[in-house]
Ligand binder design. Structure first.
Ligand code: ARG
Length: 461
């Protein structure tokens, strides 16, 4: 009975099935280092405001540090009947230093404690995730520097549309990953506020100093309302959303490369050490890693939805439902981390099949839009130019040739202002050169962006 820190009011022992059903230590033990860090800051503060003597503070801090080392070394026995990491650490402290340990939980509750631990943990994971994203950006940038002069078809509706430099593709992913990092950084500002000191839900009559704890734990601010502090999991939702967006970006990329690695496309060779084979078909080299990156996105999005549903019906303040946030969050972090860590070597190790791409690049009339724009610049209204070039494409299609192979008189009879100058914009090389708008796939624009990113990513490093 006396085993439970809360057993005073009870005269019957907890049913074993309830212990098993309600425990969280099997997964929240992952928070132990942050729990200990938070408790040390709390003890330091309690001594400053006169609740603990300096000697007591010293005993508590040393005890907690020893427990941290024991857990790290794998020598600590977590006990299910002590519910969670918080009560396991606290009990170990009391076992180690006796009654002084019983003073640690002054002016706090597990409700603000768990929120503090989780914010500290999320903060670290945000930083680690941002570094993984940056590493992947670097990898795409290195590819961009390597894959000069490769023109790929750009697609809309999965139909050949306009020519695009391979480098422009890689830059597109660098941009997406940058927004992912910005989302994490933005989320971090709201994560980085201290809930500790809101105690169970209403605050405490103990003369605590929250500012001091915030400073020691490197929080930028303090959550102002105790009811809000102990119940808020917006930071978990935001992080889970940011992770879902990363997963979604990776999934789109994975899908694209799966297609590109097919015999039908033949654009890319994936590094063999990141492929697997078939147990029946001897010739198969399958893009399983990419497929699993795409597949695991479902899991990460599922976790976000689980969290939203978990929180949607909760009245103020703490409800035990909130304990269910951790596994979903941990799973999203682990999944996205693993995907990012495999994406980088895949991006680095793949090879574009330059000959194969070049052999078919003049198929699909990728230069038709540039030719239309050529006509527009000569004063023909866009709708008219669209029609005229559409007709020309139809003629070329019927003959089975690219636009550049039509005789000049075809162009002239389509519109008198179409003369030999059409050759300046026909063919994917010329079409690429003809682009001029900021952010376009024009080689000079692309080179400029590569330079900007090189600077930006080195400065961040
Ligand atoms: N293990 C709990 C959780 O993760 C800690 C808070 C429990 N608070 C309580 N009053 N039972 O949410």
């Amino acid at each position: 009975m006396a085993d439970k820190p809360w057993s005073g009011v009870f005269d019957r022992a907890t049913d074993r099935r309830v212990e098993k059903f309600t425990e969280s230590v099997s997964f929240d033990c992952r928070l132990y280092a942050h729990d200990i860090r938070g408790s040390i800051a709390h003890a330091n503060m309690l001594s400053k405001v006169g609740i603990l003597t300096d000697h007591e503070r010293h005993q508590i801090v040393t005890g907690l540090e020893e427990i941290g080392r024991e857990i790290a070394a794998g020598h600590f026995q977590f006990r299910q009947e002590l519910e969670d990491v918080h009560m396991n650490v606290e009990r170990a402290l009391i076992d180690r230093i006796g009654d002084v340990g019983r003073k640690l939980h002054t002016g706090r509750s597990r409700n603000d404690q768990v929120s503090t631990d989780l914010r500290l943990w999320v903060r670290d994971e945000i930083d680690a995730m941002s570094n993984r994203l940056e590493a992947l950006q670097h990898t795409f940038l290195t590819r961009a520097e390597r894959d000069a002069n490769v023109i790929l078809p750009g697609y809309t509706h999965m139909q050949r549309a306009q020519p695009v430099l391979a480098q422009h593709y890689w830059l597109a992913y660098i941009e997406k990953l940058e927004r992912d990092r910005q989302r994490l950084a933005d989320c971090r500002t709201r994560v980085n506020e201290l809930p500790l000191g809101s105690a169970a839900l209403a605050g405490t009559s103990i003369p605590i100093d929250r500012q001091m704890v915030a400073e020691e734990l490197e929080f930028d601010g303090i959550v102002a309302n105790s009811l809000d502090a102990s119940s808020d999991r917006d930071f978990v939702l935001e992080f889970a959303f940011a992770l879902s967006t990363i997963a979604t970006h990776l999934s789109g990329w994975a899908e694209e490369w799966i297609l590109w690695s097919t015999t039908e496309f033949g654009f890319i060779h994936l590094p063999q050490e990141f492929c697997t084979g078939s147990s029946i078909m001897p010739q198969k080299i399958n893009p399983d890693v990419l497929e699993l990156i795409r597949g695991r996105t479902g899991r990460v999005i599922g976790n976000l939805v689980s969290l939203l549903v978990l929180i949607k019906g909760l009245p103020l303040a703490y409800n035990r439902d909130l304990q269910e946030d951790k596994q979903r969050l941990f799973d999203s972090v682990d999944t996205v981390a693993a995907c990012l860590e495999l994406a980088a070597p895949l991006v680095a190790g793949a090879e574009l099949n330059r000959e194969r791409i070049a052999a078919r690049i003049e198929e699909g009339y990728l230069d038709a839009t540039t030719l239309m724009e050529h006509l527009i610049v000569k004063g023909v209204p866009q709708r008219t130019a669209h029609e005229i070039i559409g007709n020309l494409v139809a003629v070329a299609m019927k003959r089975g040739v690219p636009l550049a192979k039509l005789p000049l008189q075809e162009f002239q009879s389509a519109h008198p202002s179409l003369d030999e100058a059409v050759l300046d914009v026909l063919g994917t090389d010329r079409a690429i050169e003809a682009f001029s708008s900021y952010g376009s796939t024009n080689p000079a624009q692309v080179a400029h962006q590569i330079e900007l990113w090189r600077e930006r990513l080195t400065n961040n490093a």
